[in-house]
Design a protein around this ligand. Structure first.
Ligand code: NCD
Length: 309
């Protein structure tokens, strides 16, 4: 039986192409399961998973929790805002306390880049990174590629542009690694101030003209401006950002071909995309959310099967 090359999912950087293929094949199976009248399988009845969220989340937290429950795992949830972290406890102490209650796997979102790698070196549980600062968000990139594969048949050879705040986005970095691994052509597009200086070293094209980027691509992944990670202003005003980097229906309809629109959520409607684009047939934003559960089930299942050995 095939298995993942890793014991944790810390970032796409640590995966190989075969890992991604295995995750997608497993997700295909779970997608079929969650569309059945009884949406549950008993696979992980003996596994306990802790969801540790040190940063806000709606979609990702619900998606992980649902994925775990559909696999029949026992689940405990922890939010930093309601915990002893506020009383000065260290990350390792917090997690070791939780692990002493016999937890097998930890899903963690944390504001510090590298937090999940650090944790994987200090505790015995299997760790899944659910977003570490502006670094990586591997399950988001996996569900994004899975959704492209579902809509366009394959990821290899497709032109994908990631638009917006690349500098502060963990979704961008994980997507770049995942798309390149699968043989897609990747471009980033945004205001110069929101594009990391040496981003081209990752083998991506760089464009500051949105119309040119959209005319080149098959898929545009529209990112939110991460205001919470900015201490200074990176562009003159939201209105100006929207004029230059927002996608509206007139722009979409004026392109040479019908492109696919993606967004990891949460959407700021009217800023990076207008409502009529977000709700159009070309957008696969809600498919991404639905696929997120199947892809996370696949990741959890494959990592759990390594624990059991
Ligand atoms: C993203 C995140 O948290 O990095 N959202 C998500 O996980 N669905 C993107 C964002 O916050 O803009």
């Amino acid at each position: 039986m095939s298995e993942l090359s890793v014991n944790h999912l810390l970032g796409i950087k640590y995966l190989n192409k075969k890992d991604i293929e295995l995750i997608f094949e497993t997700a295909d199976h779970f997608k079929e399961v969650i569309n059945r009248p009884i949406k549950k399988v008993p696979s992980l009845r003996d596994i306990t998973i802790a969801n540790l969220f040190f940063e806000n989340s709606t979609r990702t937290k619900l998606s992980f929790e649902l994925a775990e429950k559909r696999l029949s795992a026992d689940v405990i949830n922890f939010s930093a805002s309601q915990s002893s972290v506020k009383k000065g406890e260290t990350l390792i102490d917090t997690v070791n306390n939780i692990l002493s209650m016999k937890v097998d796997m930890v899903v963690m979102r944390h504001p510090n880049p590298g937090a999940s790698v650090f944790l994987s070196q200090h505790v015995s549980a299997s760790i899944i990174n659910a977003g570490d600062g502006a670094h990586e968000h591997p399950t988001q990139a996996l569900l994004d590629s899975y959704s492209i594969r579902e809509r366009l048949g394959e990821v290899s050879g497709k032109n994908v542009v990631i638009v917006g705040d690349i500098l502060h986005s963990r979704v961008a970095l994980s997507n770049i690694y995942a798309l390149k691994l699968q043989g897609a052509n990747v471009m980033v597009c945004g205001p110069k101030t929101l594009l990391p200086k040496h981003i081209d070293k990752l083998g991506v094209k760089v464009e500051t003209n949105l119309r040119k980027a959209l005319n080149w691509c098959d898929v545009a992944n529209m990112l939110r401006v991460q205001n919470e990670r900015m201490e200074i202003s990176y562009f003159p005003s939201t209105r100006e950002y929207t004029q230059q980097f927002g996608v509206n229906k007139t722009l979409l309809d004026s392109l040479d071909k019908k492109i696919t629109i993606m967004h990891p959520g949460p959407i700021n409607r009217g800023v990076e995309i207008t409502s009529d684009v977000a709700d159009s047939k070309q957008a696969i934003i809600l498919d991404q959310v639905q696929n997120g559960v199947a892809v996370r089930m696949a990741v959890i299942y494959l990592l759990a099967s390594k624990i059991k050995q």
